[in-house]
Write a protein that binds this ligand. Structure first.
Ligand code: COI
Length: 368
């Protein structure tokens, strides 16, 4: 048994006891009543705390607010047909957060702190994790610079927090995607491969315009030629071409999705040939017309595996592949069955949440 370092503040247990899981969860509007916070100053991490969910104070001059000195993660705790929540590849999220932090020259959140925070929030929320397949507790760790100042250098103080949301999939049912042919999300050498708020900020104009036009999300092309498919700012893309799975190779501008990586492994395990390569959009559109490309789908922690019903041009013309949700459905079910522990996990991807017994407010929590 290991002794966790974090403090448990009063109010969280009562807030969880009062919490009623709504019938409709959506993705984000329902907030878990607890959160975790640890602060970094003078070169080290202070003791963390599990707190009732609430507003935080931040200096109006904080670098997170002015220079987007912020990186984040997204992972889920699952509790479908069993009474102890489990996580999916949390160390991969921890490592990606570290790479994102390094890209922005922010302090790295050590594995022990990351897991402590995730276990504290998911463990405290175990009674309110939705239990239908496809639902989960979405955990959102984030790290941000809190020092005020306009000089272009990193902050010297940071906060690491985890908030959580009981959720459904980001989109329920097939999605339609708007091809973005003007704005650029990221270029190699920039922050596109980091899960940095700035990288999402660059995508918001196109994403909002896509949503306003009735689409779920924008499809990004490469920065140089506007020719090669990159990703969907929040999801990675796969195409089924001649029965094989093709996905854009990571080029330094694409976010390396953990779901993307899991699907590559899982699909190969199921017998598919999977190719990571440069994928020209025009070539894929021609293959959709000829029938060689039979299906498109997107994937991500939030999205799970979402069939793509159409790619839409800026003028509204739509391109659709002949099939919808065939290979995607097979992969979604295979992935969810592992994530939800309804099937064996040959890859060792799932991990129990270490549920701490109730600790007196103010006392150190004990994680087992
Ligand atoms: C995730 O899948 O965790 C993401 O961060 C995507 C976000 C746009 C909801």
């Amino acid at each position: 048994m290991t002794r966790a370092r974090y403090r448990v503040d009063a109010g969280g247990d009562a807030a969880i006891a009062r919490f009623v899981l709504p019938e409709r969860l959506g993705f984000g509007p329902v907030l878990a009543p607890v959160m975790y916070r640890a602060d970094w100053a003078e070169g080290e991490w202070g003791r963390g705390a599990l707190l009732p969910y609430g507003m935080i104070e931040i200096a109006p001059g904080a670098r997170a607010l002015h220079y987007s000195e912020l990186v984040f993660e997204g992972l889920k705790a699952y509790q479908v047909d069993h009474d102890r929540p489990n996580l999916f590849r949390p160390l991969d999220n921890c490592r990606r957060l570290a790479r994102s932090a390094e890209r922005l020259a922010m302090p790295v959140v050590p594995e022990s702190l990351f897991l402590e925070a995730i276990d504290a929030v998911a463990g405290a929320c175990s009674g309110i994790i939705p239990s239908r397949s496809g639902q989960a507790l979405y955990l959102r760790p984030f790290l941000f610079g809190t020092e005020s100042g306009y000089m272009l250098r990193n902050s010297t103080t940071f906060s690491f927090m985890v908030i959580a949301n009981p959720v459904e999939a980001y989109a329920t049912g097939p999605i339609k995607v708007a091809i973005e042919r003007s704005d650029v999300r990221a270029a190699p050498g920039g922050v596109g491969a980091a899960k940095a708020g700035a990288n999402y900020a660059a995508s918001l104009r196109a994403s909002s315009a896509a949503v306003a036009r009735g689409y779920t999300i924008a499809l990004w092309l490469d920065a140089h030629e506007h020719r090669y498919i990159q990703e969907l700012s929040g999801m990675n893309l796969f195409a089924v071409i001649d029965g094989e799975l093709h996905t854009p190779a990571l080029d330094g501008a694409i976010l390396p999705g953990i779901t993307r990586d899991s699907l590559i492994t899982l699909a190969r395990h199921l017998g598919y040939v999977v190719r990571e390569r440069l994928m020209a959009l025009d070539e894929v559109l021609a293959q959709m017309r000829s029938g060689a490309c039979s299906e498109l789908f997107a994937c991500g922690t939030a999205a799970i595996v979402a069939p793509i019903a159409a790619l839409a041009e800026p003028d509204g013309a739509e391109h659709a592949a002949a099939q919808l949700d065939r290979v995607a459905a097979q992969l979604r079910e295979a992935l969810l069955a592992i994530q939800e522990r309804r099937a064996p996990d040959p890859f060792g991807w799932t991990r129990d949440v270490a549920v701490a017994p109730a600790a007196a407010p103010g006392a150190p929590a004990v994680a087992g």
